[in-house]
Design a protein around this ligand. Structure first.
Ligand SMILES: [Zn+2]
Length: 414
């Protein structure tokens, strides 16, 4: 075990003294194990979340060295999720109307993946630029007509783009702010690239939902920060940005979409900002009490899932998992679940098939494997996609297969 303690807050530098939850020692979530490496030792690292009592940024208690995080080979393509595509399309249509975007405008997306969002602007004749560090997904974006730069975003790249004369009217990003180790460099880059009344939108899973609904499986090594509006407003303010609107979304178990601009821009603050601030204050996210008791509720989720799986095994029932997602690996590894309790996992991403899940070593197969012999139960690991998964597997449901989710407590859908 490597102890790579990170005792200081990644934003404000204060010592991290308050633990949210300790999930033990775990393999890195996206390090799927090739079958011929099954016997090789697997690096494992401490996995925990801590709270900064100065700026209230919730963050990983330990950072894994960057070279231990392998994501390139198993790149996630946003277009694999139908509900995410619909969500993104609705956002694009809304922003085009709200900001009056047209052929004279310019839109940048940071972490633009396979162009799933920007293609909606391209269809309306609006110039775009995607920024995406993964070459394989960026190539897919280029193929559908979304110009993409294969780079990490931060202050350095923002200065380059600005020097090239790029002045976007809208900069958007979804599910990247929480995944950047240097959150301040990222936000400084956003501030650098905004001019006038340009708008920055950012979506992230809402810490308030994570705490209230015991979504501890969203904690994994590549997910550095767990964000509240409270912490985001402090970090943005440190870089000359202010939040002027916020939407509460149902994606990822409950997310926020924050609208920000330069401190001196003309956007008036909407009433929804005060509402979310008040919700977070009511949940005492600005005091240690708001974080107390989470660890005990996590243990209760683990106990409930193990009880269900052991009973299923005792009754001779088969349980398989759906979705080799990062959050599933946190759940399985924290609970100590292996192939003895969950026979195999299926996933639509061909890059993950014919591998073993990190840590638990549960084999990953194509979804079609479910139809060889229908299981009694399918444990849906990405519970946020439950409705979509059940729809995709309607034929199994008709044949008697039941669907199970573990968070915030065991639920079996008949
Ligand atoms: Zn801090």
């Amino acid at each position: 075990m490597v102890d790579d303690s990170r005792p200081l807050c990644r934003h404000c530098g204060a010592p991290l003294t308050l633990s949210l939850v300790d999930l033990g020692v775990s393999a890195v979530s996206n390090s799927y194990v090739p079958l011929d490496k099954a016997a090789a030792p697997e690096p494992k690292f401490p996995l925990s979340a801590a709270v900064c009592e100065t700026c209230w940024l919730v963050q990983l208690g330990h950072d894994v060295p960057a070279d231990e995080i392998f994501t390139g080979d198993y790149a996630y393509f946003s277009s694999f999720s139908e509900s995410w595509l619909a969500h993104s399309r609705a956002f694009a249509i809304d922003m085009i109307a709200r900001l009056g975007l047209g052929p004279q405008s310019f839109v940048i997306e940071i972490a633009s993946n396979d162009g799933y969002l920007l293609k909606n602007f391209v269809e309306k004749g609006i110039p775009v630029l995607g920024i995406e560090p993964s070459g394989s997904v960026a190539a897919a974006a280029e193929k559908i007509g979304v110009p993409t730069r294969v780079e990490f975003f931060g202050k350095t790249l923002a200065r380059e783009l600005r020097a090239e004369g790029l002045a976007p009217d809208l900069v958007c990003s979804a599910n990247v702010l929480a995944h950047v180790p240097k959150i301040d460099d990222f936000v400084a880059g956003v501030a650098e690239i905004l001019t006038g009344d340009a708008v920055y939108t950012v979506e992230f899973p809402h810490l308030l939902r994570m705490i209230e609904e015991v979504q501890f499986d969203t904690i994994y090594h590549e997910h550095y920060s767990y964000l509240s509006l409270l912490a985001v407003e402090k970090i943005f303010a440190a870089h000359g940005l202010r939040v002027f609107d916020v939407e509460e979304l149902t994606t990822h178990g409950g997310s926020l979409r924050v609208f920000a601009c330069l401190a001196g821009a003309g956007h008036r603050e909407g009433a929804r900002v005060a509402k979310v601030r008040a919700d977070e204050a009511a949940a005492r996210l600005d005091r240690p009490e708001g974080y107390a008791g989470f660890a005990e509720r996590v243990e209760a989720v683990r106990d409930g899932l193990l009880r269900f799986l052991r009973q299923a095994r005792a009754e001779g029932k088969t349980v398989v998992a759906y979705g080799a997602a990062a959050k599933g690996n946190t759940l399985l590894n924290y609970c100590g679940i292996g192939p003895d309790l969950v026979s195999f996992c299926v996933d639509r991403n061909p890059a993950k098939q014919n591998t073993l899940l990190p840590g638990s070593h549960i084999p990953v197969h194509a979804v079609e494997k479910l139809r060889d012999r229908a299981p009694d139960f399918v444990l849906i690991l990405p519970w946020n996609l439950k409705a979509e998964v059940i729809r995709q597997l309607a034929d199994l449901r008709d044949g008697g297969t039941r669907f199970v989710t573990a968070v915030p407590s065991i639920t079996v859908t008949a």
